[in-house]
Write a protein of this length. Structure first.
Ligand SMILES: [Zn+2]
Length: 75
């Protein structure tokens, strides 16, 4: 149930992280469009990464770990 709620949130907005200072913002999601997040409130940098993309990369790295190593991290 918790996972379903998170999925719904991700569909409504994108979380984007400033590539310069790490400031995270929510921007409205538009299907099939690039996210236009504008300038960072903090540092005025215009480069953003989708937090969801970063999370997916991390998940993939964790998935590819051998099970015995994953158990170490879970403990
Ligand atoms: Zn920034």
């Amino acid at each position: 149930m918790v996972a379903d709620n998170r999925f719904t949130c991700l569909m409504a907005t994108h979380s984007v992280e400033c590539l310069r200072c790490g400031h995270v913002r929510q921007v409205p999601a538009r299907a099939g469009q690039n996210v236009d997040a504008g300038e960072c409130d903090r540092c005025e940098y215009v480069g953003w990464a989708l937090v969801a993309d970063l999370t997916e990369k991390l998940r993939r790295i964790l998935r590819e770990r051998p099970p015995e190593r994953r158990r170490l991290y879970a403990a």
